[in-house]
Design a protein around this ligand. Structure first.
Ligand SMILES: Nc1ncnc2c1ncn2[C@@H]1O[C@H](COP(=O)(O)OP(=O)(O)OP(=O)(O)O)[C@@H](O)[C@H]1O
Ligand SMILES: [Mg+2]
Length: 106
């Protein structure tokens, strides 16, 4: 992040990565030898964080329960935008775009 001049959004980027990665580990129902793929794509003044897994089931933000159901709401509040895309092959790609110029992170 520092190399890309994005030190200002290091903290929210870490939180978003952690939530998406944890979701892939905890929720994706896949054969044992499937891998989770993480990508960081530089954007003008930001980064797109992308976590792929091999489960076709798409994540949906749910009612926040006493325990759990918070992760995607956190992602939504920190990211400019986020979504789920098809990927090459089986599974899906969950991504979030964070930019430094967004109010609050400058
Ligand atoms: N990578 C994924 N693959 C399949 N389902 C997912 C994935 N990520 C999330 N989900 C589904 O979306 C729901 C909402 O995810 P979210 O991260 O908001 O809550 P959580 O993981 O259940 O709890 P928390 O993140 O607060 O510990 C999950 O309960 C799960 O059913
Ligand atoms: Mg979660």
């Amino acid at each position: 992040m520092a190399d890309w001049g994005l030190s200002g959004i290091e903290e929210p980027a870490l939180v978003v990565l952690s939530e998406l990665l944890t979701n892939a580990v905890v929720h994706a129902r896949v054969p044992w030898d499937r891998e989770i793929e993480t990508r960081f794509v530089p954007y003008p003044d930001g980064v797109r964080i992308q976590v792929d897994d091999a489960d076709e089931q798409k994540p949906v933000p749910c009612e926040q329960a006493e325990e759990g159901g918070r992760g995607l709401h956190v992602v939504e509040s920190l990211a400019d935008s986020w979504g789920v895309s098809d990927r090459n092959g089986v599974g899906k790609s969950v991504w979030a775009l964070l930019t430094q110029s967004r109010e609050g992170w400058a």
